[in-house]
Every structure is written in structure tokens, then in C-alpha cells.
Design a protein around this ligand. Structure first.
Ligand code: GLY
Length: 339
């Protein structure tokens, strides 16, 4: 859900304010943040939870691996991390307590794409998405069919709940309603657990200018079983065009699907916008769509010239970048500010 309507939001660029409709009465303030970029031969960027992913991806690129190997294996590392609650093993489950994972992958040099949705029992959906891309003539497998495909390729079923994620789901379930049969333990203060939408996006370009990207998620915490967000939707959660650049997203999947966000970012870059400006322009479309009550969403992008940037609707998001010398975490520029 978006923030309460009574909050005052500030557009952080007066130029942007003039072109965003549906925001009558909202104050604007001029604000700029330097565009972080450092041209080099190799570049990997990711959402803020991807520091290990960009390090692993860069190591693969430096060893001569492809951008596809780099982003897939970089993100697989984060999928394996039980402490990362929005991705892979240890990701927060659906309303029934079952972990359902979504992922997408695109290879710029081949223009190929693969994706899986609502995949259970397999901790690395990104590797399965890659196999959908490389070992089928299709793009997107979901649910039972995606699981059977993964098992056919030798993946093993496992329980993806950790003790910590199970406890968080149980607490959500017990606090959900005082009219159902689930009751919290005595003497335990209600926590009203949040429903994060943790996701990882990772994009890479190599010395030849080849680009690949992946997005992976366990989706909205405690979601309706079968709900699939933007992450595995080619054009929404991820898009790569080897001639232009790549973009991906984290945050509210429903908002992003409705603006086909990653594809929009790439199209804005094709028209000459910088990655950061392209991300902001796409976020403005979300604001337009929601008429002033947008849920939070972030985009990440890089272009063929190895410029990169990230933007978020509401202040506070971070992203990671590795240019071959070191990995850094930076604050994404933001469009709106809650006061
Ligand atoms: N962006 C992740 C999701 O909405 O599922």
C-alpha cells in the first residue's frame, strides 16, 4: 500500500514536477545529486542487497567469464544466503508458509531471455531461468511445470524455509486476525510484521560491450499463493538490449508491471537519457498512474557507454556498483520524499 494521503511529498526536481500530472498541490524543491559513474572496461551494478553479487560477478568477468555467467552466479550466491530474506533460500514465504521464487535472465549478445515464476523447493531460480533460456524454445515456465523442468535438469528439492523465516511467517499468521483459529503465544507483544518485497537485480557489461542481467526474488512476503510480481516478467523486472543498455527493478511488482518499467528505462536510454534520468522518467510514470499514492519502487540501469545509475520513488534505497577497482554502495536518487 502507498503512504497515507495526508503525508506531504516533495518532488526532488522542479523540472520533473512540471511534467508529472496528478500531483496538484504538492510542493516541489530543487534538488540534485551528482550522477555516480566511472567509465571502465568492466562494470557490474546491483540493488543494495547485492554487494556479494557484484564482487562475485566482477571476479567472474576478470577471470574471462561472460556477463551471463557473472550475473547468474553473482545472484546465485545471494540466493544461497539464509540471512537474505527476499531471495532464494530463507526468502519469506507465501501466506501458506511455502516459499515461491521468481527469477528472470536476459543475455544481450544473443537477445535470449528465460524466466521462472512461483517455483517451489529450488533455491536457485536464477539458474533454472538460465536453463529455460538455453535449453528450451520457450521463455517463461511457472509453478509445477517449472519445478518438473528443474528436476529434469538435476536440481534437488529442499525445504527453503529457515527457522527464522518460518518464525516470521508464523508470527504474521498468528497476528493476522482475532477471528481465525491462530493464536499468538501468551506474553508475546504483537509485532505487526512488515511485508518486505526484497528482490535482487544485477546487471553487467564487459570489455566487448556485451551486457546481461538477472532479477530474482521470493516476492512480496506472505503473498497470495500463486501471486507473481514483476521480477520474472521480461520488460518489467528486467530488460537488456545489447545496443543500448540494461535495466532492472526492486520494490512493488504490481506498480512496475503496469508501467513495463525495465523496458521503459531502456527505451528512455535509447532516446538519449542517462541511466539515472531514464530511471527517474519511468518512476514518473508510476506517479502518474497512481495519481499521488504510489507504492515504492526502484530501478537500476547501465548503458553501452558504461554509465550507470539508480533511482527510487521514496528516499532511502541504495545500490551497489563495481568498476573493477572496488565495490561501492551508493544512495539511489529519489523522486519523492515523505515528510
Ligand atoms: N519486486 C518483487 C515483487 O514484487 O515480487
Amino acid at each position: 500500500m502507498g503512504a497515507p494521503f495526508s503525508r506531504r511529498w516533495f518532488l526532488l526536481s522542479s523540472a520533473m514536477a512540471s511534467s508529472v500530472s496528478g500531483l496538484a498541490g504538492i510542493d516541489t524543491v530543487a534538488h540534485s545529486q551528482s550522477v555516480p559513474q566511472r567509465p571502465g572496461n568492466l562494470l557490474v551494478i546491483s540493488s543494495g542487497n547485492g554487494i556479494k553479487a557484484v564482487e562475485k560477478a566482477m571476479a567472474i568477468l576478470e577471470a574471462g567469464g561472460s556477463t551471463l555467467d557473472a550475473v547468474v552466479e553473482g545472484v546465485a550466491l545471494v540466493e544461497d544466503d539464509p540471512e537474505e530474506d527476499g531471495v532464494g533460500y530463507g526468502g519469506l514465504p507465501n501466506a501458506d508458509g511455502e516459499v515461491e521464487l521468481d527469477a528472470s535472465v536476459m543475455s544481450g549478445p544473443t537477445g535470449a531471455a528465460g524466466a521462472v515464476g512461483a517455483l517451489k523447493y529450488i533455491r536457485n531460480p536464477v539458474r533454472v531461468a538460465r536453463l529455460v533460456m538455453e535449453r528450451t524454445s520457450r521463455v517463461f515456465l511457472v509453478g509445477e511445470g517449472a519445478l518438473r523442468f528443474a528436476l529434469a535438469h538435476g536440481f534437488h528439492k529442499e525445504d527453503l524455509l529457515t527457522e527464522k523465516s518460518r518464525q516470521r511467517w508464523l508470527q504474521w499468521k498468528e497476528e493476522l486476525s482475532d477471528k481465525d483459529d491462530w493464536v499468538a503465544p501468551p506474553n508475546k507483544a504483537p509485532q505487526k510484521p512488515e511485508r518486505p518485497q526484497g528482490t535482487i537485480n544485477c546487471l553487467a557489461i564487459d570489455a566487448q560491450g556485451d551486457i546481461s542481467g538477472v532479477t530474482s526474488t521470493s516476492g512480496l512476503a506472505f503473498k497470495m499463493p500463486g501471486r507473481v510480481g514483476d521480477s520474472p516478467i521480461i520488460g518489467a523486472g528486467l530488460y537488456v538490449d545489447n545496443r543500448v543498455g540494461a535495466a532492472g527493478s526492486t520494490g512493488n511488482g504490481e506498480a512496475n508491471i503496469k508501467v513495463v518499467g525495465a523496458h521503459s528505462v531502456v527505451e528512455f536510454m535509447r532516446q538519449g537519457r542517462s541511466p539515472e534520468q531514464a530511471c527517474l522518467e519511468t518512476l514518473k510514470r508510476v506517479v502518474d498512474l497512481y495519481r499521488g499514492t504510489p507504492p515504492n519502487l526502484s530501478f537500476y540501469a547501465l548503458n553501452k557507454s558504461r554509465e550507470f545509475g539508480a533511482a527510487t520513488l521514496f528516499k532511502g534505497a541504495k545500490y551497489c556498483a563495481h568498476d573493477g577497482s572496488r565495490a561501492v554502495v551508493r544512495e539511489s536518487v529519489w523522486l519523492l520524499e515523505k515528510k
